[in-house]
Design a protein around this ligand. Sequence first.
Ligand code: DC
Length: 226
Amino acid sequence: MSEKVFAVAIDGPAGAGKSTIAKELSKKLGVIYVDTGAMYRAMALFLIRQGIKSSETEEISQKCEEADISISFENGQQVVTLNGENVNGLIRTEEVGNMASASSPNPDVRKKLVALQRKLASEKSVVMDGRDIGTVVLPNAKVKIYLTASSAVRAKRRYDELTAKGESCDIEKIEADIIERDHRDMTREISPLRQADDAVLVDTSDMSIAEVQERLLNICREKGCI
Ligand code: DC
């Protein structure tokens, strides 16, 4: 990373509010927001289109080489391109999310996407969110935040989101899925989700979005980003 650019790394479990918070923070800091989950999702879409199943580890390792994933920014919005196609509108499905969860532990997938993430952060100042940004991708990030919330609160947020869209759902099942996903993310062999030693822990369970924003801005101020 050059002297002039800086990185804010935000890690944490699914549903902690990382992307909402990171997006806003990037605007306030005047830097780009890099959503690394979207890259794993684009890779997952590629693998699904290749007809590969989540259990086919060898095939994932071989085929991931053929996925050309790149990131650009239009009006400050991240655009994920897969082999020349803008796939922003195709990667937020349940099917893609499940494949991303199954294929992201693959070392070849990670090697490729981590290289892309590091390249982006070496060229421009970023707020980057994910699972391993502060621990693996950008260990020298100027600011590291570990954003979390209790599984019950995360389940309630997800439940409210789905019911607002008119979808019927069971909050207990949502919480059970969250607990299972946390366990998988935290115990996987490569780049498990964990708080970096020098990351600031922010538990958003009892905080409003505005309070979290304020807290993160203060942390960035203390570290000299603004
Ligand atoms: O944050 P998300 O749900 O969009 O992430 C999609 C999947 O990618 C999720 O299963 C976790 C994985 N992921 C990862 O392993 N490392 C990252 N830096 C970001 C996401």
